[in-house]
Design a protein around this ligand. Structure first.
Ligand code: PEP
Ligand code: MG
Length: 315
């Protein structure tokens, strides 16, 4: 007989067998840091820098960015903080980076592609981050959004190192990156899976379009298979693999993701306590069994139902 879910536990994320699963926060501003710390975030798994500049008409200066990044990093001394380079385009256009005339902006010059086409903006951002890192005690990791090739991974990690950053990774949110995760992780220090976009691109269903919302479900076994590819590559190469999409905030799906080889979970701070509680109810072996159950399903609906049933059988 298992105990009922403990009420809003605090403390570091861990499975029932003691396996550590750090629970991190998704943030869009330095002002949100205090609330994340209060809710027990062990660091930041996704800092969405584009949110800082949604209204900007021109590219922010190094100094303006450095001030924001320093404030963020100062809130997490000794803790991991993963900052994402500007993810501009599609659902988050920035006037100084994107061409609004694209017919299919989700498939256009967005994320790292847009930064590469405007390399000085990327250089300024990475320089601001390196400067902020030098002034503070946090463990800064920097990642690129919307990476789809090994070559893009090499470009980003080489540029980041040139500009003085130490830990450089990529978001895996395009199926090609998940399928080649072993090669991508040979060059990157870590990967962070963005399940929102990975689901959109795997199911070919616009994440902003209500009429296809039923397809935008990260429980889909096709999405989980891709997550498993990345998890396996991370384990083989000894590189950390996080999830920072909405999937990490669904407590039972979070357990499945861990069973697929994911080593950290990042979510909006409000979701931390429920995910922390659910993880404590399962061992790594159980998480792996849940993952196999979900992978064997034919649909997102069946995957969720089958894992719920397996969970109920444990109690
Ligand atoms: C994602 O795509 O899952 C992600 C975390 O990035 P965003 O939602 O900002 O595109
Ligand atoms: Mg994304």
């Amino acid at each position: 007989e298992r105990l009922a879910r403990p009420a809003a536990p605090t403390g570091a994320g861990a499975l029932a067998d003691g396996t550590s699963i750090p629970l991190l926060a998704n943030l869009g501003s330095a002002d949100a840091a205090a609330d994340a710390v209060a809710k027990g975030a062990e660091g930041v798994g996704l800092f969405r820098t584009e949110f800082l500049f949604l209204d900007a008409q021109s590219a922010p200066t190094v100094e303006a960015q450095q001030e924001q990044y320093t404030r963020l990093l100062a809130a997490f001394p000794g803790k991991k903080v993963v900052v994402r380079a500007l993810d501009a385009g599609a659902d988050k256009p920035l006037s100084f980076l994107n061409d609004s005339a694209e017919e299919n902006p989700a498939l256009g010059l967005r994320g790292l592609r847009a930064l590469r086409a405007n390399e000085q903006i990327l250089r300024d951002q990475l320089t601001a981050l390196a400067n902020a890192d030098a002034e503070t005690e946090a463990d800064l990791w920097v990642m690129a959004p919307m990476v789809s090739t090994v070559e893009e991974t090499r470009y980003f990690t080489a540029l980041g190192r040139e500009l003085g950053l130490k830990t450089l990774g990529v978001m895996v949110e395009v199926p090609s990156a998940a399928l080649l995760a072993d090669r991508i992780l040979a060059d990157a220090d870590f990967a962070s899976i963005g399940t929102n976009d990975l689901t959109q691109y795997t199911l070919a269903a616009d994440r902003l379009l209500g009429s296809v919302a039923a397809l935008q479900d990260p429980w889909h076994p096709a999405v989980l298979r891709l997550v498993g590819e990345v998890g396996r590559a991370g384990q083989t190469l000894g590189k950390p693999v996080g999830v920072c999409g909405e999937a990490a905030a669904d407590p039972l799906l979070a357990v499945v993701l861990v069973g697929l080889g994911v080593t950290t979970l990042s979510m909006s701070p409000a979701a931390l306590s429920d995910v922390r509680a659910e993880l404590l109810l399962h061992t790594l072996d159980e998480a792996k069994a849940f993952a196999l159950t979900a992978l064997a399903a034919n649909s997102a609906f069946e995957a969720r139902a089958a894992v719920l049933e397996a969970q109920a059988a444990q109690r």
